[in-house]
Design a protein around this ligand. Structure first.
Ligand code: ZN
Length: 56
């Protein structure tokens, strides 16, 4: 196995090191990776805000 070829982290396809979207095989996979990354960031724990003081 040579190091000239790597695999797209998204779809696992072989990618040439000179590919424009390296290390992704296509712009589509690059976008998908970005989306994964973003969804990880935006996935904030939502805590119910029901801790209001309802009088006393
Ligand atoms: Zn891919």
């Amino acid at each position: 196995m040579s190091e000239k070829q790597r695999r797209c982290p998204i779809c696992g396809r072989a990618v040439e090191s000179g590919a424009p979207e390296f290390p992704f095989c296509s712009p589509r996979c690059r976008t998908r990776d970005l989306a994964n990354w973003a969804s990880g960031i935006y996935r904030v724990p939502v805590k119910p805000d029901q801790d209001e003081d309802d009088g006393s």
